[in-house]
Design a protein around this ligand. Sequence first.
Ligand SMILES: [Zn+2]
Length: 91
Amino acid sequence: MQGANLRGLRRCAGCGVLKNKSEMIRVIRTKEGEVMVDETQKKNGRGSYICKSLDCLEAAAKRRGLQRDLRYSADPEIYEQVRRIIEAANE
Ligand SMILES: [Zn+2]
């Protein structure tokens, strides 16, 4: 595999598989501590990725994958935001 491709790969917080980040949803925690979906995938902050799949979202919610990746413990509302984006993408 080429290095350029490797650099674009991210691990899903749900299924744990490496995929190209263009196929995934990025969630970040900013240095102000705000957790949000980063639809541009270009914002600064600690990032976590989930495949555009409700199965992966559920797996991530179950194992608290986003909280673990982003090192935050509060608001699970972020999973609802990701769900809406996945549902819109799959329509
Ligand atoms: Zn996944």
